[in-house]
Structure formats: C-alpha cells, structure tokens
Design a protein around this ligand. Structure first.
Ligand code: ZN
Length: 119
C-alpha cells in the first residue's frame, strides 16, 4: 500500500473523474459533523499531485465552519470525490476520498481516527 502510483477515481455516476499521484499511507477518518456523516476516508496530497480529468462543470461545493475547505461533490450523484483547502503553511492541498478510488478494494486500507469533532 506504500507504493506511490497514478490512481484513478471519481464519483458514482461517472461524470466526475480524476487522477492522483499517491500512496495510501496516512489515511484518516474524522468524526466531525461533516466527515462522519459522509463516511469520508481521506488522503491529503499536494494539489500538484491531483488532476481533474472531467466534470469541472458537474461539481457543486459545500463549505462550513471557517469556510477554508471546499468540499466538492457531483451534483448528479452526490458523491464527494475530493476537497480542496490550504495546509497551515499555505500550500494548496487536496483531500482525496479514498472510497472513490477505482483501484482500491473496499476495506483494503487502514485509516487513523482523527478527533475533528473536538477541534
Ligand atoms: Zn456523479
């Protein structure tokens, strides 16, 4: 799972598709009001490792709290493939929803639980 490779992913209906250059280390599950409800399993990567292949016009966006993270989801099927935000040092980061990666078997990963609810 440590191997860095090009992985493809996207929403359920197929309108949104992306590629990401990443391993599957350091995955997190968060218990905040947003991530927990969506069941997100996240991998953070620099924006340079991410390419949206199709679906820019199909994406809707949700922000909350301090509105620093753009949670982007397909307006047709509702699936959130990724979010976009800033790291503390100002770098643009993508939070990939590992559940939307095509080449990852369900449950074939482990994620650390992060207590986002208490932040
Ligand atoms: Zn969709």
């Amino acid at each position: 799972m440590a191997e860095t490779m090009t992985r493809r992913g996207g929403c359920q209906c197929g309108k949104v598709a992306f590629e990401v250059e990443s391993d599957l280390e350091g995955l997190i599950e968060c218990n905040c009001s947003h991530c927990y409800r969506k069941g997100l399993v996240l991998k953070f990567v620099p924006a340079s490792a991410f390419r949206l292949m199709q679906g820019e016009g199909e994406l809707s966006e949700h922000t909350f709290n301090q509105h620093r993270i753009k949670h982007r989801f397909c307006r047709t099927c509702g699936v959130q493939s990724f979010a976009e935000g800033q790291s503390p040092d100002g770098q643009t980061m993508m939070a990939i929803n590992v559940r939307t990666l095509a080449d990852v078997e369900p449950w074939d990963w482990t994620a650390e639980r992060v207590d986002g609810r208490s932040f």
